[in-house]
Write a protein that binds this ligand. Structure first.
Ligand SMILES: CC(C)(COP(=O)(O)OP(=O)(O)OC[C@H]1O[C@@H](n2cnc3c(N)ncnc32)[C@H](O)[C@@H]1OP(=O)(O)O)[C@@H](O)C(=O)NCCC(=O)NCCS
Ligand SMILES: [Zn+2]
Length: 275
């Protein structure tokens, strides 16, 4: 009971005020990364936060990743398949899951790294993904001059930074996913545990609501900031945990260096799933 009382009570108008303090007026394209719990006790729960996000954006996007589909070997015979309504991984959160549950949401086809989007540019965002360019939707958000919102989370949740790595030419790993009745290779990135390393080089707008620290960053600043940072420190966003796949990326990076990739607005080879 005492614990409950210490959690600040957060209402819809408080959330609206916080989003407006971040510069959101309903006209921006937004990608959101959120922790509901970080706010305290939100009246009406995730639905209230999602409603305010939709009211304050013209396109709302979120990662809706489903890591259970990932396979390390192309010969794996036991796997989870991906469909339009497959549950979002718990560590991606309740807000993307609620978005997926809405009939007006589009979800990209990628069995492991799908994005969900609602609003004006939802199709342009979800169509811009391929197996070799999993962060293509961030490329569209870059072109749209979108905003990346961090609500009670830090840059380790900031997916847009992965697109900066992609353009900078950080090596991608190969993993496998079930797709269209077979198991196919996909490009898969290093982890994001140490993405806070770039925080001192980024400029955002900050606010707080309840107990949560909120940040808003232009996707362009994130992507270009990562490219610039990695040109001086190619392995500067890789973690040092010995068992992490980041060490495999680091080894390839040491032997092959960065191989920059082109920014392309749209990609054609995205199959459609359930729509
Ligand atoms: C991992 C992460 C989702 C955990 O945050 P979280 O606040 O615990 O989880 P969610 O946002 O899913 O919210 C659900 C939790 O909110 C809490 N909650 C439930 N009702 C609530 C309410 N009314 N008010 C506040 N919190 C509430 C509960 O603890 C619930 O967890 P439970 O279902 O296990 O009980 C978050 O830290 C994060 O990283 N989000 C961004 C993910 C992302 O975009 N990653 C990109 C990968 S590159
Ligand atoms: Zn790592």
């Amino acid at each position: 009971m005492l614990n409950m009382m210490r959690r600040p009570h957060v209402t819809a108008p408080m959330l609206a005020e916080g989003l407006e303090a971040l510069g959101l007026n309903g006209h921006q394209h937004v990608i959101v990364h959120a922790s509901l719990r970080s706010f305290g006790q939100v009246e009406g729960g995730a639905a209230t936060l999602l409603h305010e996000l939709l009211t304050h954006s013209t396109t709302l996007v979120a990662p809706s990743f489903t890591y259970a589909t990932l396979l390390r070997s192309p010969t794996s015979s036991i796997y989870a398949t991906f469909q339009r309504d497959t549950r979002v991984s718990r560590d991606i959160g309740r807000i993307p899951q609620l978005m997926v549950e809405r009939p007006d949401a589009l979800r990209s086809f990628h069995p492991a790294l799908s994005f969900v989007a609602i609003g004006q540019q939802a199709r342009a965002v979800t169509d811009a993904q391929s197996l070799t360019n999993p962060y293509g939707p961030i490329g569209t958000l870059y072109d749209l001059d979108a905003v990346s919102l961090l609500l009670g989370v830090d840059h380790s949740s900031n997916t847009s930074l992965h697109y900066g790595e992609y353009l900078a030419g950080v090596p991608l790993l190969t993993r496998y996913v079930p797709l269209g009745g077979s198991v196919v290779p996909i490009a898969f990135p290093n982890c994001s545990a140490d993405f806070e390393n770039i925080a001192p080089h980024l400029h955002g707008i900050h606010a707080s609501v309840g107990r949560a620290q909120l940040g808003a960053y232009r996707v362009r600043d994130l992507v270009d900031g990562v490219r610039h940072f990695l040109s001086a420190h190619p392995d500067g966003l890789l973690c040092n945990y010995a068992a992490c796949r980041c060490q495999e990326v680091r080894r390839t990076l040491r032997s092959a260096g960065l191989t920059p990739r082109a920014h392309r607005a749209a990609v054609q080879d995205a199959p459609q799933v359930g729509r």
